[in-house]
Write a protein that binds this ligand. Structure first.
Ligand code: ZN
Length: 198
């Protein structure tokens, strides 16, 4: 996209590199920012900088956090006997948003995929196993219903079985091949409530 200003051109290029933003959206955002009040732009830039500089992974569940332990893991009202295993923090947020689940989470950082070279060591599976103790009643596997998500669910279930901890899989309300983050709340709640032992 050709712009009359080099700095705008640069901004458009950077924005169009973001997920879900094409050239047209990038240009629209850039022109908006060029015209926006300086304080507003500064707030945006500051919040981006803060995320970039301060955010880390919770050392318990591996979601994004400002502190060593995230707000969910450090919340005494959460049921620590239940761990929901998700592929990424966006899926975790989808479950958080329906407000039904009161347990804690474990973010794997993806799903097993031999094609992409993602094996068990690339995911936080060892770290999940290290969390499992006598105090855990149930592990709910909420990976996506893609081939990779199913493979990951089966793999983890096999590892946990010998520990005599209940392992459940969310129901098939989540469409086959569908991403959890894009599923509506009602379907997601049904999938959670209809989970089955595996
Ligand atoms: Zn956490």
């Amino acid at each position: 996209m050709i712009s009359s200003s080099e700095s705008l051109q640069n901004l458009i290029r950077e924005l169009s590199g973001l997920p879900g933003i094409g050239n047209k959206s990038a240009a629209r955002l850039a022109y908006y920012l060029a015209d926006a009040p300086k304080e507003k732009v500064k707030l945006l830039v500051d919040s981006i900088n803060k995320v970039s500089e301060n955010i880390k992974r919770c050392k318990v569940c591996f979601t994004f956090s400002d502190d060593d332990v995230c707000g969910i893991c450090s919340d005494d009202r959460r049921d620590k006997t239940k761990i929901m295993v998700v592929e990424n923090e966006r899926d975790m947020l989808a479950y958080e948003n329906i407000g039904e689940y009161k347990g804690v989470y474990h973010v794997l950082g993806g799903a097993l995929s031999p094609l992409l070279g993602i094996g068990p060591n690339e995911l936080k599976i060892k770290e999940l196993m290290a969390r499992l103790s006598d105090n855990i009643d149930e592990v709910i596997i909420a990976t996506n219903s893609s081939i990779e998500g199913e493979t990951t669910a089966t793999y983890i279930a096999k590892l946990i079985k010998p520990l005599n901890i209940k392992v459940t899989r969310i129901a098939s309300g989540v469409p086959v091949g569908g991403d959890i983050e894009n599923v509506d709340d009602v379907t997601l709640m049904r999938a959670y409530n209809g989970r089955q032992m595996i």
